[in-house]
Design a protein around this ligand. Sequence first.
Ligand SMILES: [Zn+2]
Length: 363
Amino acid sequence: MNTTLLDPRTGGLRADLPTAVLHDHLDGGLRPATIIELADAIGHPLPSADENELARWFVRGAEQGDLAAYLDTFRHTTAVMQTAEGLRRVAREAVLDLAADGVVYAEVRYAPEKHQERGLSLDEIMQAVQDGLAEGMSEARTPGGFPIVVNTIVCALRTERRSLEIAELTARWRRRDPRIVGFDLAGAETGWPAALHAAALALIRAELVRLTVHASEEPDLLLISDALEHGAERIGHGVRLAHDMTDLSGPSPRLGRLASYVRDRRICLEMAPTCHVQIGAVDSLERHPIGPMLRLGFNVTVNTDNRLMSGVKVSTEMAAVAQAHQLTAPELHRLVRNAVESGFGDHDERQHIMTTIVDPAWR
Ligand SMILES: [Zn+2]
């Protein structure tokens, strides 16, 4: 790839190049220093009180390649997100950190039901997060001098039985706050298909809320087709869709029915390549299907998923994918365009970001 696109200090993409991210969890992107400070204030014990050591501990949890250990790291981040101040601060800092990394359009997501351990109501949680995001947006500018737009996707946990309640909450908030743009099913997937949450997903469709559904685990293709059957417009990850293709990087790639459908319908795949290596869905970034799929015309995007646990930023993830797959500048531009085009937020606003920020900078 063209090395003038990289920042020699960070190894990531130059932060003055505008990017976008559609799949970033609020409880997976905290600053280690903030976790330490907030944990101290509420007496929550952490694996380390040293910022750098704590950061390494989180990444080690992800690198064990075991989804249960990975999900366990979230115990410590959600512990400090149980008060309105904690939530507001984490949301504000997420916006500042994304902007500092060059992101001009983001959709962040979280599951409100994970933040009720100290008695907050779901409405108080939603309010605190929206306040923090709005504060961040009013303050933040990217290194290129651009503002950042951040919209919210509300997650329901597929291992719990509260999805209908969370869907109703999302629909109610969507009516009063246009920055609440979508709904998602998150958490452990195997054994908890979207079909278990059919009522919630039907309500989301009837209420005209946009829908994305996580599908990164086994049974690979069934989880993806089940999500599509229940109305998912985007797929969280979808990395195992590669199992429906043969000779993906070879001279004559062949797509199965599901892969063809996803490509031809332009269904956005919210890929998080480093995370996929960490959870063992693929062996390495080089063997990740994102490069070949981009070249075959799939609507793939590069995402962080959990910046803290995966030890990534949007800029480092873009650079890592670019290097692993020798992507050109126009191909990187395509990845950013895919994300802005597939966003759930207001079309005029996204179009404005594309024509006034993304396209001029990348051309
Ligand atoms: Zn995710």
